[in-house]
Design a protein. Structure first.
Length: 197
């Protein structure tokens, strides 16, 4: 006789209140980072190659050339504009006329110094010359100086020669004359650089 098949029933355990509670990882463990996706093999680290001596020499020469050009420009600017602080006169004859007025009429070495170019500017020498002219005039009663309009005798765009005759006369109608030749240069204006005669 055949036995009847027994049905066995298993009783399932009751489900937990929250399914994720039993299956979630602990909070202390960080989630794993995803693997990077490489299209090709990872690049090898780049090794630094030492600089070649040729590039160091080239950079040194380039720096020296740059400094030389900048230094040359600075020196050129200084040479061109070293008398720029003095306004000068609009033309050579006016420069000489102003200089003669400062020296012979006003006896003012400071005013004359402002009319002289830098290479000839010697305050002590100019003051001594003005004092000589003053002493010479004081030796005569009523001495005064006069001159005709200065005349440009030769010149270029930046330098001119100007001639003038200076006459001293006294109250008793004595006169003495001296021909002077001025070298005048143009910077920002015309300035006296040399007097001879």
């Amino acid at each position: 006789m055949a036995r009847p098949a027994r049905e066995t029933r298993r009783m399932a355990a009751p489900p937990p209140e929250h399914l994720a509670w039993e299956h979630s990882p602990p909070a202390e463990v960080p989630p794993p980072e995803p693997e990077p996706i490489w299209v090709s093999t990872p690049p090898a680290p780049i090794a630094r190659t030492p600089r070649s001596r040729r590039s160091t020499i080239f950079l040194s020469v380039a720096l020296a050339a740059t400094l030389a050009l900048c230094g040359g420009g600075a020196v050129s600017a200084y040479v061109m504009f070293r008398d720029a602080d003095l306004p000068g006169s609009p033309d050579p004859a006016t420069a000489v006329n102003r200089f003669l007025t400062a020296v012979y009429t006003q006896h003012d070495a400071t005013a004359a110094e402002d009319l002289v170019c830098r290479r000839s500017r010697d305050r002590a020498k100019l003051a001594e010359r003005v004092q000589q002219i003053r002493d010479y005039a004081d030796a005569y009663e009523g001495a005064g100086f006069r001159w005709d309009d200065p005349a440009v005798t030769a010149g270029t765009g930046s330098e001119a020669e100007v001639g003038v005759r200076v006459v001293m006369s006294t109250e008793d109608e004595k006169t003495a004359a001296q021909d002077l030749q001025f070298t005048v240069v143009h910077k920002s204006g015309w300035l006296v650089c040399d007097v001879s005669g």
